[in-house]
Structures are given as C-alpha cells and as structure tokens.
Design a protein around this ligand. Structure first.
Ligand code: TRP
Length: 333
C-alpha cells in the first residue's frame, strides 16, 4: 500500500544561542508538524562551518540544540533527529547537485550576498554552494514539504529548480518539495528594535530572549522592551513594539491578539510589559526543566542521534544510489 502520510524535512543550524524567535518561528511549529507528517529533523552542522566556528563551541551548541529540540517536544519515537555531518550522503549528493547548478543561480541568492558582505574576509566556496547542500538535505529524503521561514524561501525555490532540472534531464528521481509556511508565531521582532527580527547576534542582549534565560532576566528584558510614546495597547501599523509584544503574548498564551487587546484595555505599558514577561517565563518553564534534564543525560541524546542517523542513512543511500546510476557511475559495490 502506498504511504499517504507526507514527509517533512527541516534543519536548523547549531550556531549559538537559541532564541524565543527560533522557538516561536520554527521549533514550536516542528513539534506540531509531527501530528500530521512523517518528520525528519537535522542539525545542519555542515552548513554552520560556512562561517568560522570555534570547534569546542560548535560541539556544545550542537548538544544544546539537540537537548532543546527534545525538551520542546520533538519526539524521537516518531521523528528522526540527527546531525547532518553523520549522514555522509548529504555531502555526496550535494557534490552531484553542484554539477547541475549554475554559478549565476547561486550568485543571485540574497543570503550569499548578505553573508559575503558580513564576512568579507571569509567568502569561502562553501558559503557559495550552501544552497545545493540544502537541496541535497531535502531531496535525499524525498520530502514533500519543507517548513521554512521567509529567509529560506529563495533557497527552497532553488532546490525545486534543481530537482525539476534533474528529473527532466534523466527521469523522475526527486520529489519536488513544497514550502510549508506556518502562519502563527511567524516573525518575532527584537525587543529593542522592533522593526528588525529578533536575533541572537544583536549586540544588545536585551533585544532577544534566550530560551535558557532565567525568569529574572526575561522579566527585565520585557520591562525594558522598546514601545512607543503613546499609552494605548492596540494592534496597528506604526506600533511595532506593542504589536510584537501582543504577538508574543498571543503565541505563548494561546489567546488571540484581539483577546489580548481586550484583556489590557485601559491598562498601561507598565502593566502590560511585565505581563508578557510572566507569560513567556511560564511558557518556557517546563521546557527549561526538561532541557536541564536532557543536558544531564548526554548519553540519551547520543543514543537518539545515533539511531536516527542510521535510519536516515538508509533512506538517503537509496536516493543516492539512484542518482549515481542515472548520472552514469558504475554500480556501487
Ligand atoms: N539553511 C537553513 C537555516 O539556516 C537550515 C537548513 C539546512 C535547512 N538544510 C535545510 C532548512 C533543509 C530547511 C531544509 O535556517
């Protein structure tokens, strides 16, 4: 019988502090996807070294990210959760796809342009071919959908082009993946500069909430959140700070923005901001407790990613063999 459950693939880079933005914009939605899809999640460590990393830090960031994904609700009984570098087929398929991708296409990627401007002293070839590795990640598993945020849409579009091109050149090989855009929780903005995205690289650490921040720190950051010179709590254009706080409040309480606005009618920012802090801290508390437990049990984390990588590698190998055959390599022993 044909399997009618669709497959989802997504990956996240172990590049440091995991923020409330990562959680509400991606991780939390991944957890929900598990009810509906056959989910494969990877720690995109191969992608991370396109920017210079301190090896010891990369190792701890990877473990922390795995622990946080488990704490947030990624269920290893249901889904695969592994490190990209542990499944050698990712790098191998990426090589093949590089030969079916044009320099011009890669030069048009806005992330490449942004990152080469930001890391002008290390514009390495890996940074340039970053999107073909991402295409390999997705295409190896014949993923039907890929949950992506705004910033990765162009890369997914390129993955689709590469898949179509390969299929047309040879014969049906790859599933052409669809983007899966999640509506809720979308973009969490900086608490200090609410017109830009919440980012761990914000020099002002008050701009972001780390998932491991203590309640005191969370409360302090929300109290200091930048709002506007008005006094009413309303969701409308021009009130970026308040809109962001309302979105966050709604995301962590499950209330709609309208309900939240009603709740705070007649109240001032001085009351609203700590209330958002309280709600965020309460939402993160059980996740932080589980996170601390997982961090004390690294053997368990290792067992999860080892088992998952074994299964992933089998799926990946079957796709890779088809590709090798189609391009004309002699049969793999
Ligand atoms: N490039 C993605 C990011 O930085 C992470 C990623 C790697 C990814 N491979 C992927 C996302 C495949 C979706 C599908 O966010």
């Amino acid at each position: 019988m044909e399997n009618t459950i669709k497959r989802s693939f997504s990956a996240i880079q172990p590049s440091g502090t995991i923020t409330l933005g990562n959680y509400l914009g991606a991780i939390r939605n991944w957890v929900k996807l598990q009810d509906e899809f056959d989910c494969i999640f990877a720690i995109a460590d191969l992608h991370t070294i396109t920017v210079r990393q301190e090896p010891a830090l990369l190792r701890s960031h990877s473990i922390e990210l795995l622990a946080m994904l488990l704490a947030a609700g990624i269920n290893p009984e249901k889904s695969l959760l592994f490190c990209q570098s542990h499944v050698h087929q990712h790098a191998e398929l990426a090589w093949v796809l590089n030969c079916y991708t044009q320099m011009g296409e890669l030069s048009r990627m806005t992330q490449f342009k942004d990152k080469s401007a930001k890391h002008a002293n290390n514009i390495n070839a890996g940074l340039f071919i970053y999107p073909t590795l991402m295409a390999a990640d997705i295409l190896l598993y014949k993923a039907d959908i890929v949950p992506v945020g705004e910033d990765q849409k162009q890369h997914l579009e390129l993955s689709r082009d590469i898949a179509n091109r390969f299929n047309n050149t040879y014969s049906e090989t790859f599933v052409v993946p669809e983007p899966y855009i999640v509506k809720s929780g979308g973009r969490v903005m900086s608490l200090q500069n609410p017109t830009s995205k919440m980012s761990k690289s914000d020099e002002n650490t008050n701009g972001f909430i780390a998932l491991t921040d203590s309640k005191d720190v969370i409360m302090r950051k929300f109290r200091r959140a930048v709002t506007d010179s008005e006094t009413v709590i309303e969701y409308r254009e021009g009130k970026d700070g308040i809109n962001n706080l309302l979105n966050i409040y709604s995301a962590v309480t499950g209330k709609t923005v309208e309900e939240a606005v009603k709740e705070f009618e007649g109240k001032g920012y001085g009351e609203f901001k700590p209330a958002v802090g309280e709600a965020v801290a309460a939402h993160l508390k059980p996740i932080q407790e589980k996170y601390n437990d997982y961090m004390k049990n690294k053997d368990y984390i290792v067992s999860v990613y080892t088992k998952s990588a074994e299964i992933a590698s089998k799926i990946a190998e079957s796709t890779l063999r088809k590709v090798y055959k189609k391009v004309g390599f002699l049969q793999k022993p």
